[in-house]
Ligand binder design. Structure first.
Ligand code: TA6
Length: 321
């Protein structure tokens, strides 16, 4: 259907009554509502709805670059000089040779492109689910900013209490290429000060706000009382975002995207972002599925597949689930 902003979208419904909306612009999920019609994703009150601007909110797809990349690669170069060549080193050299990120925007171009419905989707499992398959193919124009041809697919599936995204990237070029990738989840929260994130404790992270240094998480859970912008490395496959006020937990499960970015701009940064309302930071939290520390390297004809599942648990979070 055509939205009031003129952007085409696909609306998914499932028998229990939840819905999701996916824009062809950016291949971006912009709404996920539970059976009670409550919105689970955050969309900025000042989000641009006019291409070629990215839409702040929902689940943007960041490809072929995620911003932290250059910092992390520089650190790898440093580390590499002090160690003996190894398999990761060889991987790194290949990435250097074939990454060639050129003039890319900080979170890539996929979120600013018009995708199409995939004419040839992978078969669907025969279940009570509602889904859409989208496709972004590189054009001659794209190869001027990133000199590689690719096919990026995204399957979005809705079932009761669960939203699943399966991204796939195929190298349709004659040379290898590497990329970093993120599904940026703008989650809607009642009050950011009342939220805690579990599953990232004891992990190493790069702190974008603190000289981009590497630290180890010391807290039992992450709580919020100011700006945060961290890339946690090699996380467990399950992270829980617990919203005490709403008595709701969103559980993120992910595969193929080993890292996780946690971001909230807080008040000062929110004021600098023209497409974010001044108070919006109180109602949002980004917990992203990311592959950034080790870029994904694909040879010609190879395909990478990731998966992320967001599920809602009302009442308190049970760590056994
Ligand atoms: O990963 C966090 C981050 O890179 C921040 O540093 C912050 O600037 C944010 O993403 C927003 O990025 P965007 O390109 O969506 O404005």
């Amino acid at each position: 259907v055509q939205g009031s902003d003129g952007l085409a979208k696909v609306i998914l419904h499932e028998p229990a009554g939840s819905t999701a909306e996916v824009l062809l612009y950016g291949g971006q999920v912009i709404s996920w509502k539970n059976q009670r019609r409550e919105e689970l994703l955050f969309i900025s009150s000042k989000a641009f709805r006019k291409p070629p601007k990215a839409i702040r909110g929902g689940i943007p797809v960041c490809f072929p670059q995620v911003v932290a990349l250059l910092t992390l690669l520089c650190r790898k170069i440093k580390a590499t000089f002090f160690s003996t060549p190894s398999a990761p080193f060889q991987h790194f050299m290949l990435v250097q040779q074939f990454g060639n990120l050129g003039a890319l925007e900080q979170h890539g171009f996929a979120r600013n492109k018009f995708w199409s419905l995939d004419p040839d989707p992978a078969p669907l499992p025969p279940t009570n689910q509602s889904s859409v398959d989208l496709l972004l193919k590189s054009t001659d124009q794209d190869t001027k900013t990133w000199p590689h041809s690719f096919e990026l697919r995204l399957r979005v599936t809705l079932s009761a209490g669960k939203l699943t995204l399966i991204p796939r990237v195929r190298n349709t070029d004659s040379k290898p290429f590497s990329f970093t990738f993120a599904l940026r989840n703008y989650l809607s929260v009642s009050d950011i000060s009342e939220v805690r994130v579990e599953g990232l404790e004891t992990l190493d992270y790069f702190d974008n706000l603190n000289r981009k240094e590497r630290f180890t998480e010391q807290a039992d859970a992450i709580t919020f009382d100011g700006e945060i912008d961290r890339a946690y490395l090699n996380t467990p496959t399950k992270i829980a975002v617990i919203d005490h006020e709403k008595k709701r937990t969103i559980v993120l499960r992910k595969e193929g995207m080993p890292d996780a970015v946690v971001w909230n701009p807080w008040d000062k940064k929110a004021k600098q972002l023209v497409d974010l309302g001044d108070e919006d930071y109180q109602k949002m939290l980004c917990v992203d599925s990311v592959a950034v520390e080790t870029p994904i390297l694909l040879k010609p004809c190879e395909e990478w597949k990731g998966r992320q599942e967001l599920s809602i648990i009302s009442s308190s979070y049970c760590s056994g689930q």
